[in-house]
Design a protein around this ligand. Structure first.
Ligand code: ADP
Ligand code: MG
Length: 643
């Protein structure tokens, strides 16, 4: 089908910017994207811009982002990071909260007691330049603006910028000023937790009141916010589509010195003490070595989010090495008290909001450290609900800022509102067919489950591919993701009982879980099915399904027949090998011939589904089943005699 008319490029787009302590990102909702925001990467394809600026000896910016961070250890006094900690604050205040202790550059007092950064002296008798945190942030924002302009092919002049919910007026004003210095009109300042919720579509329908918690655990800071979304008709004044004031912050809590960096330090401590023990004396580690240890620790931590173990190997000189495997269990014991600190903040926020954990409807996970399985588990346990993790936790704030930008541009009318599931959802089954589990046009929330089994003897792992679409074969549907149910004890094909459950909540987030009843093994995946889906796409997919309906049906039927015929042929020939000598020769020969014929037809069908007549295929399989009855009788009689 030829493409439709080209959408006119956006003349004056409003992008969304997450101006972070450690990393910053820019995102946008393209008009043709159906309301789905996307990250605008740099020319190298990187989405995160480290919030770091290196100044030259003369006091002008000389590198920003990854380039600045790479050489941070070499130029600690003029590589400025974490300036967000100083934005709009007095020096005294930043000192009181312990923020200065973490910054390797000089922080001095400027006009109105504000915190300013003093660069090292430029030369003999020449003082270092004094910068406001706004000026430094502006360099990062300018880099993001240029990145966005390049990605969109039009100059970007307007942005929604996010700030922590606890930012006061001075901190918000400083953020606006940073934008202005970067040549950006900050059309709206949005709270980070509100943006995270918007990214998941929370509040966009506004059909009911919802209470949500946003749990943001990054590298160096932790925030938890409790928000209330008011339904549209109940909100004071009603409001147009352009306001997000219907997100009310009920409470915030957190710790500005709690994050993934602490986990790295705990692992470094473990390694360092064991290396000392191995050496038989207390070793001191110079900064470069500590830095290398910290990198290894962070890598091990990240591996432990995916795997059960992570190994490190460190050359300790003289041909000796320190080798260590950390298990998930050991890691979780090590970081347990750290996780407790975050959980205690959650309890405090709940108390302040006068809520019980069970009164929170949803928990949204933000920040790289929420990938740690222990964190997800503990948060899920506290609130008694599966937290939202479907979107990338590093990106979710920027994505939500872009959604706010689209709302301000009056463009969310096109968004697929989540009252109904526009396309069916299911999983791939053996032979590449689709088992639909939730039918299109089901109203949300909804759930359904179905039982599946294995197709091969001794199979211990099942791959589950989650699909969206109306076609009958997996290859013609949109894949939403894959996961594995592993650790099933070996059993004959067809014996394991796997319950696959699809649960779509009111915000359209899909939780798929697979549970093997005999072994109790469980695995799950979370996705947002409507992300990236436009109305036009839904219509195209429906039209295609209609056009291919007859072919698709046949293909699905043949795929099912192939799977069943294989199991039958295997089952019967196994039996024949055992009880063959007990059968009349003519019957034995006839049955063997039928098995071979079915196998040949199955192979042909597998190679090309069009080459077989499904009715004839079905008949041949049924005939074989009927013909094998006598053999089964003999087989049963035989086994009784043996037993
Ligand atoms: P910030 O909000 O401070 O800018 P981020 O949200 O980008 O930080 O989170 C960065 C932190 O997330 C770092 O400590 C990093 O090590 C950690 N992190 C990133 N990916 C993973 C992972 N897969 N498992 C555990 N921690 C991770
Ligand atoms: Mg963050």
């Amino acid at each position: 089908m030829p493409p439709g008319a080209r959408q006119p490029a956006d003349a004056d787009p409003i992008v969304g910017i997450d101006l972070g302590t450690t990393n910053s990102l820019v995102a946008f909702c393209r008009p043709e994207g159906g309301g789905t925001p996307e990250i605008l990467p740099d020319s190298a394809g990187r989405s995160l811009v480290p919030s770091v600026v290196r100044y030259g000896v003369g006091g002008t910016p000389e590198a920003v982002g990854a380039a600045a961070r790479e050489l941070a250890v070499e130029f600690p006094e003029r590589t400025l990071h974490s300036v967000k900690r100083l934005m709009g604050r007095s020096r005294a205040d930043a000192e009181r909260t312990g923020d200065l202790a973490y910054l390797p550059y000089r922080v001095v007092e400027g006009p109105n007691r504000t915190a300013r950064i003093e660069l090292p002296p430029a030369g003999e008798g020449v003082g270092g330049r004094v910068l406001s945190p706004q000026e430094v942030s502006a360099v990062v924002l300018r880099a993001l603006r240029e990145q966005a302009s390049a990605a969109l092919g039009v100059p970007v002049r307007r942005a929604v910028v996010t700030v922590p919910a606890y930012f006061d007026d001075a901190q918000r004003q400083a953020t606006r000023d940073a934008g202005r210095l970067a040549g950006l009109e900050v059309v709206r300042i949005v709270n980070e937790p509100t943006a995270a919720a918007l990214a998941y579509g929370i509040g966009l329908g506004r059909r009911r009141e919802e209470t949500i918690a946003v749990f943001d655990l990054g590298g160096g800071t932790f925030d938890v916010s409790i928000l209330r979304v008011t339904p549209r008709d109940a909100a004071a004044g009603g409001g147009g589509a352009a306001d997000t004031d219907f997100f009310q912050v009920l409470a915030t809590a957190g710790d500005t010195h709690l994050g993934g960096d602490d986990v790295d330090r705990l692992l470094v401590g473990l390694f360092a003490s064991e290396i000392s023990a191995q050496a038989g004396r207390e070793l001191s580690f110079p900064p470069a070595t500590r830095q290398a240890l910290r990198r290894l620790a962070e890598q091990a931590k990240i591996r432990l989010s995916e795997q059960e173990t992570a190994s490190v190997r460190i050359d300790t000189g003289g041909g000796a090495a320190y080798e260590r495997t950390v298990t998930r269990g050991e890691f979780e014991r090590l970081i347990g008290p750290w996780a407790d600190r975050a959980l205690e903040c959650c309890s405090r926020a709940l108390r302040d909001a006068r809520l019980k954990p069970g009164e929170v409807d949803r928990v949204v996970m933000v920040g790289g450290s929420t990938r740690i399985p222990l964190v997800r588990r503990r948060v899920g346990e506290l609130f008694g609900a599966e937290p939202y993790t479907a979107l990338n936790p590093d990106e979710v704030v920027a994505l939500g800022a872009a959604v706010q930008g689209a709302i301000l541009q009056g463009r969310l009318g096109d968004m697929l509102l989540l009252d109904v599931i526009p396309l069916s959802l299911g999983i791939e089954t053996v032979g590449g067919a689709v088992a639909k589990i939730i039918m299109k046009n089901s109203t949300v929330p909804t759930q359904a489950s179905e039982m599946f089994s294995t197709s091969v003897d001794g199979q211990t792992s099942i791959k589950l591919q989650v699909l969206q679409g109306e076609r009958e074969m997996a290859a013609d549907c949109r894949s939403l993701g894959t996961f594995h149910l592993a650790g099933i004890p070996p059993m004959p094909a067809g014996i394991p009982q796997v319950e696959v459950r699809f649960l779509i909540d009111a915000n359209g987030v899909l939780n798929v879980s697979a549970f093997e009843r005999r072994s109790g093994k469980r695995a799950a995946l979370q996705v947002v099915p409507n992300h990236g889906l436009t109305r036009e796409e839904v219509e195209r997919i429906e039209a295609e399904a209609l056009a291919h309906a007859r072919d698709d049906m046949t293909r699905h039927r043949v795929a099912d027949l192939v799977a069943n015929a294989k199991l039958d042929a295997k089952w019967i020939s196994d039996r024949l090998a055992k009880v063959g000598p007990k059968l009349e020769l003519a019957y034995f020969v006839d049955l063997s011939r039928r098995v071979e014929e079915l196998r040949a037809l199955t192979a042909r069908a597998e190679a090309d589904w069009r080459s077989v007549d499904p009715n004839a295929f079905h008949r041949m399989k049924e005939d074989l089943d009927r013909a094998s009855v006598r053999m089964h009788e003999v087989s049963i009689a035989e086994s009784l005699r043996e037993g």
